[in-house]
Ligand binder design. Structure first.
Ligand code: HEM
Length: 463
């Protein structure tokens, strides 16, 4: 009996303490002028609910507080905006003090010169340097031939095999970028480089706790190894004096009008590898999934790619004209990005106290520009949960201002065309060479950014 009373007392004590802590945290943030919302637990806020429930958490809070609300997620007090007009305003007004607000672990591991860490003129310069490497002319003359060559070999021996498509598309996104960056060294270095890069990616998505065995610690060490390799590569290139036709060649050789220090060059290379990695791999994997589930779409896509092959000899590569002619493929990629919402939103932070939509947002608060809901708006996309690539044909949907799959404003994705070229070339060789059926992996895996099939495995065969 006495034991029961102690347990009951302890339980009540815990309940009272929890309520007091929650209340205290609410009161702490009850500043005048802030939007409505809940702040959760001291320190952790509502991070657990946010990570566990994903989009359902956002929907629930919106139904309680409206499309602009406050919360405390990923270690920071945050305003979530699900309001399309306000989202647009935030994206185009970086100059008013609405700068990128990515987590500390990401900034530490990607380096202080990475594009998300720099603002104003420094951002303009780094972005210019990046655009000079991935401009349409560069894609046409240098990058597409490399992408084509890589995809052919990456997809050369899938016949009669069971393929883990998630794993393969991840390797594809990394190795294809690495070839574009350092063509000559890619085959010898990438085997050792790839596991380190994967550790780096995990580290950027973790809490910044620097003790052995944390993902942050491993990610940080991986960054050190990667920068060490890249520094050596830069020095070897400089010492050899040879002109190489790849991104590193352009950066190290004196011809580019953008002159970067070694540190800036290394951070830019890490940015290119990182930014195109999860986006390109997840879109490619989800396209395979949707194509499998929608045979009519697959048939139309295959028709487009077979027509390209018929104009060519079997060993001819895809050129820029072929890529530009892939109208239906582009529509398939947009529809995949829309329906799977590859990027749920982007993060900003305030550099001064400011008034937005009648609310007073304190300096240093994060703003989560949540763009996911727009993708399922039935006024913009009738029957929004249906996979229908035809909706993208001929209506200029990609030029409308609610199209935020690649972000918007001054930070709009500079790698859009490169990403599309990579995914299109992958799909070209995949659908012209193979047929496939799913053998495993229909369960959905949820993580903050996208809902994806976990370990989707397919049995591949020649047509
Ligand atoms: C399907 C593929 C892709 C999608 C859906 C995508 C999406 C996005 C989005 C939504 C942003 C805006 C981030 C923000 O506002 O904070 C962004 C920015 C960026 N993307 Fe992409 N991206 C893709 C492919 C690529 C590729 C292949 C590269 C390689 C160079 C790349 C490089 C970047 C960079 C460097 C930024 C930051 C730009 C800046 O801060 O000025 N992206 N991307």
């Amino acid at each position: 009996m006495a034991g029961f009373v102690v347990i009951l007392g302890g339980f009540w004590g815990l309940c009272i303490l929890s309520v007091a802590l929650l209340k205290w945290n609410e009161v702490r943030y009850r500043k005048k002028g802030l939007p409505p919302g809940t702040m959760g637990w001291p320190l952790f806020g509502e991070t657990t609910e946010f990570l566990k429930q994903g989009p359902a958490f956002m929907k629930n809070q919106r139904s309680r507080f409206g499309s602009i609300f406050k919360s405390h997620i990923l270690g920071c007090p945050t305003i979530v905006s699900m309001d399309p007009e306000l989202n647009r305003y935030i994206l185009v007004n970086e100059a008013k003090g609405l700068v990128p607000g990515y987590p500390q672990s990401m900034l530490d591991i990607l380096g202080k010169c990475n594009i998300a860490a720099v603002h104003g003129s420094a951002h303009k310069y780094m972005r210019g340097a990046l655009l000079s490497l991935i401009s349409p002319t560069m894609i046409k003359d240098q990058l597409l031939p490399k992408i084509d060559d890589f995809m052919r070999s990456h997809l050369s021996d899938w016949d009669s095999k069971i393929i883990d498509i998630q794993e393969k598309t991840k390797e594809m996104a990394f190795l294809s970028s690495f070839r574009q960056i350092a063509s000559t060294e890619a085959s010898s270095v990438s085997e050792a480089f790839m596991p380190e890069f994967f550790k780096l990616v995990l580290g950027t998505l973790s809490l910044p706790i620097n003790i052995p065995s944390t993902n942050y610690h491993r990610g940080f060490q991986a960054r050190q190894n990667i920068t060490c390799w890249l520094r050596r590569l830069v020095e070897e290139r400089r010492a050899s004096g040879e002109k190489q036709r790849d991104m590193l060649g352009l950066l190290v050789g004196g011809e580019n009008k953008y002159k970067l220090s070694d540190e800036e060059m290394i951070d830019l290379i890490i940015t290119i590898l990182y930014s195109g990695y999860e986006t390109v791999s997840t879109t490619s994997m989800m396209a395979v999934k949707y194509l499998h589930d929608h045979p009519k779409v697959l048939e139309e896509l295959r028709k487009e790619h077979m027509a390209i092959r018929e104009r060519k000899n079997p060993e001819d590569s895809i050129d820029y004209e072929d890529y530009r002619s892939m109208r239906f493929t582009r529509a398939v990629i947009y529809e995949t990005s829309r329906l799977a919402t590859i990027v749920n939103g982007v993060l900003r932070k305030t550099t001064t106290d400011m008034e937005i939509n009648g609310y007073l947002i304190p300096k240093g608060w994060r703003i989560y520009v949540y763009t996911r809901e727009v993708n399922y708006d039935p006024c913009l996309y009738p029957d929004p949960y249906t996979f229908n690539p035809w909706r993208w044909l001929g209506k200029g949907l990609e030029n409308q201002h609610h199209f935020l799959i690649f972000g918007g404003g001054t930070r709009q994705c500079p790698g859009k065309e490169l990403g599309l070229a990579e995914i299109s070339t992958f799909l070209h060789y995949f659908v012209t060479r193979y047929r496939w059926e799913e053998v495993e992996g229909n369960k959905l895996m949820k993580f903050p950014r996208v809902e994806a099939p976990n370990g989707l495995r397919i049995r591949v065969s020649a047509p």
